[in-house]
Design a protein around this ligand. Structure first.
Ligand SMILES: Cc1cc2nc3c(=O)[nH]c(=O)nc-3n(C[C@H](O)[C@H](O)[C@H](O)COP(=O)(O)OP(=O)(O)OC[C@H]3O[C@@H](n4cnc5c(N)ncnc54)[C@H](O)[C@@H]3O)c2cc1C
Length: 403
């Protein structure tokens, strides 16, 4: 009888889970008729989320149909609505037609993350974001539309709420984007509003001077130690009572696991991620693995944990897919390990900063770091070619390239 692995999500983790399960299936000489690998997602497209702060966001989806077909992974169009871990089934709602139920022998939850939007008046109606392809396209259209509005303080001002990784990348790209749209004479103003006392708090001390200098060089203002208390069509209210007139408020403050993870009856962390074991199984829920931004996993023996990042999702996906297949093929699963950890933060026209290690030692700045960021963003994070051997080789969990 045919067995089935269902993978939910076509992000970095889901894509590598599918390829990796297919790799092990082939390595064991098992035909797709004996072990089906089905990937469920609304689109057969990998959204290149790490690039959504850039201009031309409509170009930032990479098609997956051919590469999945090349390795005999079945793409199932739809959104997973309900997971029944007792019956081992998933209810799938397609874009058109009625929902249907698919049974699984192993489930890999790779449903990723979403921007967290707290209950702040006006936030959901008036604030933009760069969380999804649709969000980034909506922001870009809005920015393009500013060109035909009469000049005003609000038109020329962009407020970015959140001074973490994403907020800094959006903000540092913005002066050049605005100058292209509004012209040099518009003198665009970009303001980062950050509740913490320090910019890029999660990145630690080492890269901060580089980031602060980049913000100064680009003329980006920072309002530190203050939160956003309200957003409307014409601006943003700050928690200290001040107001900034702005037609463009971008919310970039915090991620949470996508809601589907909450359906798995197991322990979750504060970000809604499922806490998984070293082989990325969800303890106490037979047959279920979680990976990428949907999972919290130890990445080494030193107490470090995978972050919500493309870097970790890609690798975790490869381990989760391998291990789900391994259990069905009678092969020993492999413990997830990812000791190398780097960051490469884009700083717009001021270059970039590249760090290595959990203490984020700065290794490259300026143009050298920017060149590396460009290579990461345009080559490394894209799906492998739709060539069976190349795609399967790219997904070997212990061989996925470390920097
Ligand atoms: C602007 C921005 C910049 C970033 N920069 C970096 C960076 O420089 N470096 C870095 O490492 N990371 C970066 N990240 C984070 C990185 O993009 C994420 O950590 C990564 O996308 C996580 O991959 P994932 O596969 O776990 O989830 P996702 O990429 O979120 O993919 C989840 C998938 O699951 C699907 N899905 C969700 N719910 C369902 C459902 N119910 N049914 C079916 N499918 C579902 C989604 O449609 C999607 O296909 C950035 C993110 C953003 C937004």
């Amino acid at each position: 009888m045919q067995k089935r692995i269902i993978i939910i999500g076509a992000g970095f983790a889901g894509m590598y889970a599918a390829l990796s399960a297919a790799r092990l299936r082939e390595a064991q000489g098992v035909a797709p008729e004996k072990l089906q690998i089905a990937l469920v997602a609304p689109e057969p497209t990998l959204t290149i989320r790490p690039r959504l702060y850039e201009a031309k966001p409509e170009t930032l989806g990479a098609p997956l149909g051919e590469v999945l077909a090349a390795v005999d992974v079945v793409y199932v169009q739809g959104r997973a609505e309900k997971i029944d871990t007792r019956a081992r089934s998933v209810k799938i709602a397609p874009a058109a037609g009625r929902p249907h139920v698919l049974g699984y022998d192993r489930l890999v939850l790779a449903s990723g993350s979403e921007l967290f939007r707290p209950e702040i008046p006006g936030l959901s109606e008036f604030a933009f974001s760069v969380d999804t392809l649709a969000d980034a396209i909506a922001l870009d259209r809005h920015l393009q539309g500013l060109a035909v509005r009469p000049t005003s303080e609000a038109r020329n001002t962009v407020v970015v709420a959140g001074g973490g990784f994403t907020g800094i990348e959006v903000a540092t790209e913005m002066p050049a984007r605005l100058r292209t749209i509004l012209g040099e004479e518009a003198r665009p103003r970009v303001v980062i509003v950050e509740r913490n006392a320090a910019i890029a708090r999660d990145m630690g001390e080492a890269p901060r001077p580089v980031i602060e200098k980049a913000l100064r060089d680009l003329g980006i203002e920072t309002q530190m130690g203050v939160g956003v208390s309200g957003v409307d069509r014409g601006g943003v209210m700050l928690s200290d009572g001040r107001r900034i007139e702005s037609s463009t408020v971008i919310w970039a403050a915090g991620m949470r696991a996508a809601p589907l993870a909450a359906q798995i009856p197991a322990e979750h962390d504060n970000s809604g991620r499922l806490i998984v074991d070293r082989e990325l199984r969800v303890p106490g829920v037979p047959g279920v693995f979680a990976t990428g931004d949907a999972a919290k996993a130890a990445s080494d023996d030193l107490g470090n944990f995978a972050l919500m990042s493309c870097q970790h999702a890609t690798r975790m996906g490869a381990f989760a897919g391998n291990n789900a297949a391994a259990e069905l093929l009678g092969v020993r699963p492999v413990a997830y390990r990812q000791e190398a950890y780097v960051t490469c933060l884009d700083l717009g026209a001021a270059g970039a900063v590249f760090t290595r290690g959990w203490d984020r030692k700065v290794e490259l700045v300026g143009d050298a770091a920017k060149k590396l960021k460009h290579e990461i963003n345009t080559v490394w994070i894209y799906p492998p070619r739709a060539d069976r051997a190349a795609a399967l080789a790219a997904a070997e969990p212990v061989r996925v390239t470390d920097l």
